[in-house]
Design a protein around this ligand. Structure first.
Ligand SMILES: [Mn+2]
Length: 326
C-alpha cells in the first residue's frame, strides 16, 4: 500500500488512531509513529484506546518519547463522521472496542480472523506493527525525528522479544533504518527502572510459594496482580532450568487468574488450561502460552485444599497429553 493514499483519504476529516485495548509498546509506538507521519503530511490526529495501561514499562513510554494518547473515558466528543485508523489490531476482534467513529483504515501485522472492508488496509505478517509504520517513513523518505525513531525501534524490539519471537528479515531491515535515526539513550532509558516495588512483592510471593512436580512449576501470588505481571512471572518461573511447564496464579477479589507456559512440544498450554479448569472456570490460548480464570463463586468447588486441587487438575492434563503422544 502507498501510505500517501491513506493521507489523501483522511484529509478534511477528524482522525483518531485506535490501538488494541490495553495497548502494549508496539501498539503505542505504531500509533505514535503514524500520528507523526500524518502530521507532516498535513493531517492532525489523536491516539486513543480502551482499557488501562497497567504496565510500568508501557506507561514510561509516554514520558520518554513524549506521547499523548486518550483512554475511552477521555474521549467524549467522537462522532459517527469521524475517521478511525486501527493499528496493531483489526475491527471485529475481541481486543478492539467498537468506538462510535468509522473504522476506514487498518494497519496491522496479525492474521485476519474476521474480514472487514476498509478503504485502506495494510496487513502484513511481520514481527511488529511498528515495522510497517517505520517502513512508511522509509518508503516516502519522510523525515524521522529521534524520539519517533526511538519509539518505533523500541516497539519492534518489544514485539519481537529482541528478534527471538516471530521476527522476519524485513523487521531487521526496517529496524536498521530506524535505529540509525534513533537516540539510543532514549531506547536504553526504557530498560531502566521499569520494575515497581509491587512487582517485586509479586515475584517474592511467587518464589516463596513455588512447588515443583517433576518439570511442572506452580506458583501462587496470594493477592491481586495485573494480567501482564502474572504473565511475566510465568515466563520467569519457566526460565528455571528444571521447569518446562509453568502455572502461575493470582488470588483476585473476583476470582483466580492463571497464566500457563509450556516449552515442551508435546504439551499444549492452551489445551492444558482448558482441561484443568473445566467445570470451575475457563481457559485457553496457544501451545506455548495460555491464560484462564476461575470466578469467585466457583472457587469453593476447589475445596479446602485449593492449591493441591489446582496442582492435581493441571498434572492430570499433562498426563492425558503425554499419553496421547505415545
Ligand atoms: Mn504488535
Amino acid at each position: 500500500m502507498n501510505p500517501l493514499e491513506l493521507v489523501e483519504l483522511l484529509k478534511g476529516h477528524r482522525v483518531f488512531i485506535q490501538t488494541h485495548n490495553f495497548p502494549d509498546p508496539d501498539g503505542i509506538a505504531s500509533g505514535f509513529g503514524l500520528q507523526y507521519f500524518l502530521k507532516v503530511n498535513g493531517v492532525e490526529s489523536e491516539i486513543c484506546y480502551d482499557g488501562k495501561i497497567d504496565k510500568l514499562s508501557t506507561k514510561k513510554m509516554f514520558a520518554v518519547f513524549n506521547i499523548c494518547a486518550k483512554s475511552k473515558d477521555e474521549i467524549t466528543d467522537m462522532t459517527e463522521e469521524d475517521y478511525i485508523v486501527v493499528v496493531d489490531a483489526q475491527k471485529l476482534n475481541a481486543n478492539l472496542t467498537d468506538f462510535v467513529g468509522d473504522e476506514i483504515a487498518c494497519i496491522d501485522h496479525h492474521p485476519t480472523v474476521k474480514e472487514y472492508e476498509y478503504r485502506y488496509k495494510d496487513v502484513r505478517i511481520v514481527g511488529a506493527c511498528s515495522t510497517i509504520i517505520a517502513d512508511y517513513f522509509r518508503q516516502t523518505n519522510t523525515d524521522l525525528p529521534p524520539n519517533i525513531a526511538s519509539a518505533l525501534a523500541y516497539g519492534i524490539k518489544m514485539d519481537t522479544a529482541d528478534f527471538t519471537r516471530g521476527a522476519y528479515p524485513f523487521d531487521a531491515e526496517v529496524f536498521s533504518y530506524v535505529f540509525e535515526k534513533a537516540d539510543s539513550h532514549l531506547i536504553n532509558d526504557m530498560y531502566m527502572n521499569v520494575m515497581e516495588l509491587s512487582d517485586l512483592k509479586a515475584y517474592g510471593a511467587a518464589i516463596d510459594s513455588i512447588r515443583l512436580h517433576g518439570e511442572v512449576g506452580f506458583a501462587k501470588i496470594p493477592f491481586d496482580c495485573p494480567d501482564a505481571l502474572i504473565a511475566i512471572i510465568s515466563d520467569f518461573i519457566l526460565s528455571l532450568d528444571v521447569v518446562t511447564v509453568s502455572v502461575v496464579y493470582s488470588m483476585r477479589m473476583d476470582g483466580i487468574k492463571f497464566s500457563v507456559r509450556s516449552e515442551l512440544e508435546e504439551i499444549d498450554a492452551g489445551k492444558m488450561i482448558a482441561g484443568a479448569l473445566k467445570g470451575v472456570g475457563d481457559g485457553g490460548g496457544h501451545k506455548g502460552m495460555a491464560g484462564g480464570f476461575i470466578p469467585k463463586d466457583a472457587v469453593s468447588k476447589l475445596g479446602n485444599e485449593m492449591d493441591e486441587n489446582i496442582q492435581v487438575r493441571f498434572l492430570k492434563q499433562k498426563e492425558i497429553q503425554k499419553r496421547a503422544e505415545i
